[in-house]
Design a protein. Structure first.
Length: 456
């Protein structure tokens, strides 16, 4: 219970440098009367200012200091809380805020905001809103309780009944409840992942065991067939390689034959040119009696010799051409034969590449089958069984962790139910006779929640 004793102020609002002191505890009831502007409301402003650093009325801070002296504004108040006597001193120009308990100055190491919290929360156990709604009822600024917002009504009731601790505890538990909910979600997700992984690994293990029991003989049979086919292909490849080798030996003289054909074709061209030249000369001597250059008459004996000479040359060249055409025909046939052999070698090389590709395919198939057989080994199955066992152990541990967190959250949920407006607060307000037993039960439950949190 707070008992106000005295209040003093100077240079506060309209008050000058001469201090004014009001004895608030002289009698059970004090009545202050005066005309308008005499300073009645100044008393209320002084009480609110010294306790909460704000006046009762809406006044700017720079207007609080007396405008004439413009400094040394000080307000002091003395009051009792229980067996302790307190004095609060607050001033402007210079700034001043001191709290004395039984004549000793309280520690001022904290900042002004924290120092104000000490006064409101630890000493008076009232904030400004509760103070002006319960202690000071001004006609100009008073707001009826039922017209206040719900959160302000709650603050007033909690301040009056000193049950604000329940709200603070509820705020702490709310954060803890949110953290536990998040942890439950994470652990449950981890549980689902482990359960799914166990299912997948178990299915894989069953598949391996089934494949080991049913497919091993089939794969061994495939390996045997592959060996037989590979052996046959290797024999065909060897035979084809020998054929190609022998055929390549037969076409070694292809370049010589082609070179000979080119030479014969050149000779043929030269003979054709000579034939054309001698034909023209024969035609000239047969058709002309005079020389085209000097226009003299050609002698008959000379013309006869030339005609006989050109005919002889033509006969010799034609006979040579016949023999040359025969040689060229033979050379062309030989080159054609070599070309056919080359085409045959190319086709055989293609067939050889196909055979090698088939053989490589058999080798790859055999390699895959061997790998599958290795995957069916007992060692891999035993290793997989150990992995499944480890996963199941982790799943058991995760289940225990989930149950523990879920149980802890249940305690927190119940504790929040106790601390809400329809729980402990309602019991304290409407059923005072049940207050002690309900508080004991609530504190016991909250103690359990606290111990669970600390053990975690």
């Amino acid at each position: 219970m707070i008992i106000f004793k005295k209040i003093r102020w100077k240079n506060f609002l309209s008050t000058g440098n001469t201090p004014i002191e009001v004895d608030l505890n002289k009698s059970p009831t004090s009545l202050i009367i005066g005309s308008n502007g005499s300073g009645k409301s100044t008393l209320l402003d002084a009480v609110c200012f010294v306790l909460f650093n704000r006046p009762f009325r809406i006044i700017k801070k720079e207007q609080i200091v007396n405008t004439i002296n413009n400094g040394d504004c000080v307000v002091e108040i003395d009051f009792n809380v229980g067996r302790k006597t307190y004095q609060v001193r607050r001033g402007i120009k210079p700034n001043l805020f001191e709290i004395y308990c039984d004549g000793e100055l309280l520690n001022q190491e904290a900042n002004t905001v924290d120092y104000q919290k000490v006064l409101e929360q630890n000493i008076m156990k009232l904030n400004y809103r509760s103070f002006v709604q319960v202690i000071i009822l001004g006609s100009s600024s008073y707001e009826p309780f039922m017209k206040m917002k719900a959160r302000y009504r709650r603050d007033v009731v909690e301040e009056i009944l000193d049950i604000k601790v329940f709200t603070q505890m509820d705020l702490i538990l709310r954060d803890q409840q949110s953290l536990l909910t998040k942890n439950i979600t994470e652990v449950r997700h981890r549980y689902d992942l482990l359960d799914k992984e166990i299912e997948l690994q178990s299915n894989h293990l069953n598949t391996l065991e089934t494949r080991q029991n049913q497919d091993k003989d089939y794969k061994l049979e495939l390996l045997q067939k592959n060996d037989e086919n590979a052996k046959k292909l290797r024999a065909d490849i060897e035979e084809l390689e020998n054929t190609i080798k022998n055929t390549e030996t037969s076409v070694q003289d292809k370049e010589k034959a082609e070179k000979k054909l080119r030479q014969l074709e050149k000779i043929q061209t030269k003979i054709e040119q000579n034939l054309s030249t001698h034909k023209k000369a024969l035609e000239f001597f047969e058709d002309n009696d005079n020389c085209p250059t000097c226009t003299q008459k050609l002698q008959a004996e000379f013309r006869g010799e030339k005609i006989a000479y050109e005919k002889g040359k033509l006969t010799t060249l034609n006979d040579g051409m016949k023999d040359l055409v025969q040689e060229i025909t033979k050379a062309e046939e030989q080159v054609t034969a070599y070309t056919n052999l080359s085409n045959k070698i190319r086709d055989m090389n293609i067939d050889l590449a196909k055979l090698n590709t088939s053989l490589d395919g058999i080798y790859d198939h055999t390699t895959r089958i061997n790998k599958e057989l290795e995957s069916l080994s007992e060692e891999d199955i035993d290793k997989l069984k150990l992995e499944v066992k480890d996963l199941k152990e982790k799943l058991v541990e995760t289940t225990k962790e989930l149950e523990k967190i879920t149980e802890e959250k249940k305690y927190v949920d119940v504790a929040r139910e106790i601390l809400n407006d329809t729980g402990a607060k309602s019991i304290l307000i409407f059923s005072p006779s049940l207050k002690l037993s309900y508080l004991n039960t609530s504190l016991y439950l909250l103690l359990i929640v606290s111990l669970n949190s600390s053990s975690k």
